[in-house]
Design a protein around this ligand. Structure first.
Ligand code: LLP
Length: 379
């Protein structure tokens, strides 16, 4: 339960607990301290609120960016260019230029036409671009269909059979240098066996490459470690030890090879909460509705993926005795946070916290219905 007094503050807003974020970052650093060649990057797409990314930069993590806007944001908030990686299936020319100007460490390339464009732009600018290829490992992440990315049917990456021709192509081009392979199988993965399967696949692929005389300097296994949405107070910090141990145990890594991770959700989800105010409690004929001043424009995950976020009434912290549908004010029937939710008797003016909302919460907010974007506080 959040122990803070938000009375008098304008709602809705995101509240980030930077103390919990620091503890989470310490747990990541502790779990990788024995492996200097493990490079943990933060997937900025999960949350780019300045105080949050500055805290992450201070802990020494790198940044995984998927747009020119993200690159500019992290560069302006303390990430060194040599710790920035640029991924994404559709990089625009201006984004590639921006990345080369800033001098990021590498591009994760997802197609041959993209490789050629990067080579061309790097040539015009008189620089060499480091490139890693994103390979689609066809590993099932066993997670929500909309956030599974490593299967052959997805739009991401190159197929495994195209890997060697792509590397040979990069070797021929004058302004790019092949430096690594990139993989990502999906998000909100709560068991380790999909990561074990990924390691096995990577071991096979790197053996195939070694046989061709190709030594890969950087392997990037993406992100995807899940969090406990059901019990944010019981499990505020994911099992980083178990996660990193899986890679220590299962991946064949040479001493001169770096292993990159790009974790988003596991870093920031639990430290963020959406705080809203109850506008009305409406007694319908079949149901009771708690109507709050935050909607799917502020936190789209329940409407978009059917995701669950624990809801705490911060004002009435008694026994949970009533059952409500908790809904927002947007003119869409999907603007429902949860149905048949049991919580303490709730009244107009109560403050409500949507928990575990730090990842893919504020950053996915929209202005639909001409609403204001939610504010934020971080402390
Ligand atoms: N690397 C790549 C290439 C990715 O596509 C993603 C997430 C990550 C890393 C970070 O994954 P994470 O560690 O956060 O699982 N909006 C959805 C999640 C979309 C994830 C997209 N890619 C949600 O709210 O659940």
């Amino acid at each position: 339960m959040i122990q803070k007094n938000f009375e008098g503050m304008e709602t809705p807003f995101y509240y980030y607990d930077l103390g919990l974020l620091r503890e989470t970052l310490n747990a990541i650093n502790a779990a990788t301290a024995d492996r200097p060649n493990f490079k943990v990057h933060y997937a900025v797409k999960a949350c780019a609120t300045p105080a949050v990314i500055e805290t992450i930069a201070n802990a020494g993590l790198g940044a995984d960016c998927v747009s020119g806007g993200e690159i500019e944001t992290v560069y302006n908030h303390g990430f060194a260019p040599e710790k920035i990686v640029f991924a994404g299936v559709g990089k625009a020319d201006w984004e590639i230029k921006k990345a080369l100007e800033i001098g990021i460490s590498m591009f994760n390339v997802e197609s041959l036409p993209e490789l050629e464009v990067i080579n061309e732009i790097a040539g015009e600018m008189g620089v060499t671009a480091n490139v890693a290829f994103r390979i689609n490992p066809n590993v099932d992440a066993h997670t929500h269909a909309k956030i599974t990315t490593g299967l052959n049917e997805n739009k991401f990456g190159l197929a495994m059979v195209d890997m060697i021709p792509a590397i040979r192509k990069a070797e021929e081009l004058a302004n790019v240098q092949f430096v690594g392979l990139h993989f990502h199988i999906g998000s909100q993965i709560t068991e380790f066996f999909p990561f074990e399967a990924l390691c096995e696949r990577i071991n096979e692929l790197t053996a195939e490459l070694e046989a061709e005389g190709i030594h890969v300097k950087n392997l990037n296994v993406g992100g995807g470690l899940g969090i406990d949405y059901q019990n944010p107070d019981g499990n505020p910090i994911p099992d980083f030890q178990g996660y990193f141990d899986t890679f220590k145990r299962c991946l064949n890594l040479a001493d001169d090879q770096n292993l990159h991770f790009e974790l988003g959700r596991a870093v920031v989800a639990q430290c963020g909460n959406l705080i809203a105010k109850v506008l009305y409690v409406k007694e319908g004929h079949q149901k009771k509705f708690v109507i709050v001043d935050a909607g799917m424009t502020d936190l789209v995950r329940p409407a978009m993926y059917g995701s669950y976020h624990q809801i705490d009434n911060l004002t009435a912290q008694g026994e949970a005795t009533e059952t409500y549908d908790v809904v927002g004010p947007i003119c869409e029937s999907s603007d429902v946070f949860v149905k048949d939710y049991t919580m303490p008797a709730t009244k107009r003016g109560d403050l409500i916290a949507f928990r575990s909302a730090g990842a893919y919460g504020e950053i996915m907010a929209s202005q639909y219905n001409c609403r204001r974007l939610p504010g934020n506080i971080a402390e």
